[in-house]
Unconditional design. Structure first.
Length: 113
């Protein structure tokens, strides 16, 4: 019994000083700890764009917009903007505010441009 106790204590002591259990050094400055105040998360920042409506799917509550930069983006109508889809027509210029939510761009505001 004494031999097994001594063996267990020896194994525990070896495990505690073994390099495989070494603690990695943590961040050395507050800059490494907190995200930059100048770069907020892409999910929290509302985006704004202006463009022409390319297509509208009222059933799917989606619309496609070609921005003034030439980019084409697919947007899902949010709860507040879903009723506006019936007024959107191909070619209509609009200003859209949207946010990223679960991998989709969700329109939070649509106004005529």
């Amino acid at each position: 019994m004494k031999a097994s106790t001594g063996l267990a204590i020896g194994a525990l002591a070896f495990a505690l000083v073994s390099p495989s259990f070494a603690v990695e050094p943590g961040p050395t400055s507050s800059r490494e700890i907190a995200p930059s105040a100048n770069k907020p998360s892409a999910f929290a920042v509302p985006r704004h764009t202006t463009g022409d409506v390319v297509s509208v799917s009222k059933r799917a509550q989606l619309f496609t917009l070609r921005t003034t930069d030439g980019e084409t983006i697919l947007l899902r109508a949010g709860a507040d903007t879903a009723p506006i889809l019936s007024t959107l027509k191909k070619g209509k210029r609009v200003k859209v505010s949207y946010r990223n939510s679960q991998g989709e761009k969700v329109a939070t505001r649509i106004t005529p441009a």
